[in-house]
Design a protein around this ligand. Structure first.
Ligand code: MEV
Length: 323
């Protein structure tokens, strides 16, 4: 029997980088989603197919998972399975297939979605009931085991869905009502390396500690105000706060000329606000718009060289699909 799980992607609305240092951020789960299928096997092997990252026919004995050589692209799935097996016995083999509707290049959180999807799919196929908190904790541990850093906001979006105020590696995850929030997403065409960008900021923080801490504190203040603006559906205010947040991201040195062009284009065509979304260095920018202005802003972003990616925000968290 095959278990099918679907996991949303994510977009960070505000607070990136500062969230790595204990400040809050705002994140929304988005469709498109990742689909993870799991099937229990009689032979004791772990098989993985992940066409998005060019993994086909990867397999190893269940007793060897988590050790030996693991291809970079298989790491998130294999370490998720390994961490699950450290808590719950896996006595049979398992075949896993992952496939996303979003490009793994655009910063929609494909690593987090893979980890949460694999963890949930394995649990469901073995009839293990994980609470959302347990799923978050095991998934977050997996991301840290694989990439060393990460605030966990992307895991929270994948697990809980919706729009979330997130802080302190998941100590605070507050669900917000954000219906009516309209985003245009522009992809810069450049794949960002999150770990590299986080390292770049950490070096700056080492060299200019008080200045960078001040930037993080200011971003934190903006995020708290933005949380209020979302609850009041004050999109004009939220947009302005996003613009301010973008200025601080430029101060941190994580924006790029291309992102700046796309962001300015959106701001000039009447978006309430626009900023990069994610680690910077590439990936996506987001613009908050009134529905009637969506087309204008999209065209302006395109003229600035961006590719528009259609998403729907406030998506549901991880769930089993009856396919
Ligand atoms: C990357 O999408 C967001 C960062 O804040 C990293 C993280 O929170 O894990 C830069």
């Amino acid at each position: 029997m095959t278990t099918t799980i679907s996991v949303p992607g994510k977009l960070i609305l505000m607070g990136e980088h500062a969230v790595v240092y204990g400040r809050p951020c705002l994140v929304t789960a988005v469709n498109p989603r990742m689909i993870v299928k799991a099937e229990i096997l009689n032979e004791s092997v772990f098989k993985l197919e992940a066409p998005d990252v060019n993994i086909s026919q990867y397999q190893k004995s269940i007793t060897d998972i988590g050790s030996g050589e693991i291809p970079k692209e298989a790491k998130f799935a294999e370490i998720a399975l390994y961490n699950f097996s450290q808590k719950y016995k896996i006595e049979k083999g398992i075949n896993i297939i992952t496939q996303s509707d979003f490009s793994s290049n655009s910063g929609f959180g494909s690593s987090a979605a893979t980890v949460v999807g694999v963890m949930k799919a394995v649990a469901e196929s073995l009839s293990v009931k994980l609470t959302e908190k347990e799923l978050f904790d095991l998934s977050y541990k997996t991301v840290v085991d694989v990439q060393g850093i990460g605030s966990g906001f992307d895991i929270a979006a994948a697990v809980y869905g919706g729009t979330i105020y997130f802080k302190n590696t998941g100590e605070v995850t507050e669900s917000l009502t954000a219906d009516g929030m309209n985003l245009v997403v522009g992809y810069s065409g450049i794949k960002a390396d999150t770990v590299e960008m986080v390292k770049l900021v950490s070096v700056k923080k080492k060299n200019y500690s008080s200045g960078i801490e001040k930037i993080f504190d200011n971003i934190s203040g903006l995020v708290d105000e933005a949380k209020r603006a979302i609850s009041e559906k004050d999109w004009v205010r939220l947009g302005t706060l996003m613009n301010y947040n973008q200025n601080y991201l430029e101060d941190l040195g994580v924006s790029t000329d291309k992102l700046n062009l796309m962001i300015e284009a959106a701001q000039k065509t009447g978006a309430y606000g626009a900023k990069l979304s994610g680690a910077g260095g590439g990936d996506c920018m987001i613009a908050l718009v009134a529905p009637k202005n969506r087309e204008n802003v999209s065209q302006a972003i395109k003229r600035a060289g961006g590719e528009i990616i259609e998403v729907s925000v406030n998506a549901e968290g991880v769930k089993a699909e009856n396919i």
